[in-house]
Ligand binder design. Sequence first.
Ligand code: SF4
Ligand code: SF4
Length: 296
Amino acid sequence: MKVSRRDFLKYCGMTATVLGLSANDLLGLKDALANPNGPTVLWLQGAGCTGCSISFLNRISTVAPKTAGDLLVNSVNLAYHPNLSSLAGDAVVDVINQAYTKGNYVLIVEGAVPTAFNGAACFAWSYKGVDKTFKDAVTMLASKAAKIVSVGSCAAFGGIPASGGNPTQVLSVKAATGKATINIPGCPPHPDWIVWAVAQILLNKPVALDSVGRPTSLFGLKLHENCPRKEQDEVNRFGLSSGCLKPLGCKGPETKSNCSTLKWHNGVNWCVGAGAPCIGCTEPTFPIATPFYKNV
Ligand code: SF4
Ligand code: SF4
């Protein structure tokens, strides 16, 4: 059974406000719903941990969507996702190849692109007995994509697979393909950010990007600016319910994201709210620059 557009976004449960959608936008999404040739989405996974998909799918346990999520239900045709597609083997590669032949799809890439060993450190699929490296799969599909969304810090910037010695010579999707990408970083990214990016593409809205390819609507401000602990006394212990975590190496002053206002898990909490410093997971310097990974 193929994963339908309905299943893809059924559980997002976004409100129009969270997604930043106006009434006109919602009407536009309705038009997208009515379009039998609505955009096909192909979701690839390379050098990563699948955490981005899990973050996105965490929405699955929420109550039924009522607003923008309802409107997004039939808006995309998720032709391929490594974890969600119930087709497998040559049959699912046929689906991918059909989408490629047609072109003009939205390519979502999760995970970075290993380039060492001619790409043989990571394979995307095997078709009729021939293995396809992730590098070749991304390069091929990027060539005919209408838009490319790099989901997560690995796809956007290299992330953890590119840190340290980087023996597989991991690159970001943009660096590996030479194609423009909308970068939705995070380790993992917030599900709302992913849905926001897909919604902008469906609405054919221009997405303003910063110098490292992040949408300025999501990553325009340093989260420290809106942190509720900004004016509080500094503390040097984890897990406290108040106090600025700068002495623990909080990266909020240098990290662009809206975590401090959006929060995670349907607005329940976020890293600093739980008494843990921001480790700057949306920055291109992650994880190298984070104290989390430094010997002390
Ligand atoms: S906890 Fe972090 S983000 Fe919040 S005010 Fe302190 S340094 Fe800034
Ligand atoms: S608060 Fe910082 S480390 Fe936590 S998710 Fe947001 S950007 Fe990443």
